[in-house]
Design a protein around this ligand. Structure first.
Ligand SMILES: [Zn+2]
Ligand SMILES: [Zn+2]
Length: 259
């Protein structure tokens, strides 16, 4: 469950020579580097706020997936390059009820790469309960040492979705969202495959076809079939609200059926 925390941050100002630092040239940049690195490592969410309290002292208000995530043991090299110059005290303000619950399943049968329009928290969800897996619990992809690819995928998906919604019947953006062979979805399938290699469990890509229900282009599609390979879809445990979801095991794809 998401918590809102207050981080009371003191800079060890006597110990820093900014001329020797590569990633920050003053105190504010140092704190910003710390918060940005925490976000890109999945330890805090993107919606943080920073206040200067007094000389060399700051207060950051951060949303975290859970209290564990901010623990030092999850810091990566990017977090530690600024964290070593700081003294951070953590105070819990309370549960942030604007965020949904995270997965607590003991056994996760498979994972789903899922992007929402907002792209605010994790794009990985549990195939059993449908809740998010916080990014700090997800292995890094490719040769990365932070969640660069996953965070960028979320942002890209949200941007294309927003463009589609604002431009109404734009065919290019609609194709990017619903066509499994579009550039956006080809990238998503590559990320899915890499996730599967790292997590060592099946990872499906969620590809919603709900947009096609708008019937703007009047095309008839067979919604009982996998949109990628054409085989019959199988109903899965995971659903979005009352919306049943269906999967193709060969393509590792999860989708909805149209009525
Ligand atoms: Zn779960
Ligand atoms: Zn298929």
């Amino acid at each position: 469950m998401c918590r809102l925390l207050k981080l009371e941050i003191r800079v060890k100002s006597d110990e820093i020579n900014y001329n020797e630092e590569r990633f920050f040239s003053n105190e504010q940049e140092l704190i910003e580097d710390y918060l940005c690195a925490l976000y890109r490592n999945g330890q805090i969410y993107f919606d943080y706020n920073l206040i200067k309290a007094e000389q060399h002292k700051y207060e950051a208000f951060v949303n975290v997936p859970d209290l564990e995530s901010i623990s030092e043991k999850y810091n990566n090299g990017y977090v530690n390059r600024s964290y070593k110059h700081l003294v951070v005290q953590i105070k819990e303000i309370g549960k942030n009820i604007l965020y949904g619950p995270d997965c607590n399943c003991e056994r996760v049968p498979y994972y789903i790469l899922f992007s929402a329009e907002t792209g605010t928290s994790s794009p990985i969800i549990c195939g059993k309960c449908g809740n998010e897996i916080p990014l700090y619990k997800v292995p890094y992809l490719y040769l990365e040492e932070e969640h660069f690819t996953l965070i960028n995928y979320q942002k890209t998906y949200a941007s294309v979705h927003e463009l589609y919604m604002q431009s109404l019947s734009d065919r290019f953006t609609k194709n990017q969202l619903v066509n499994p062979h579009s550039a956006l979805n080809r990238m998503a399938f590559e990320i899915r495959e890499e996730l599967e290699n790292k997590i060592k469990k099946p990872v499906y890509l969620s590809l919603s076809r709900i947009f096609l229900n708008l019937k703007r282009d009047g095309k008839k599609i067979d919604s009982d079939k996998c949109p990628k390979c054409g085989k019959d879809l199988i109903e899965c445990d995971y659903h979005i609200g009352f919306l049943k979801m269906f999967k193709c095991d060969d393509c590792r794809l999860i989708t909805d059926k149209l009525t």
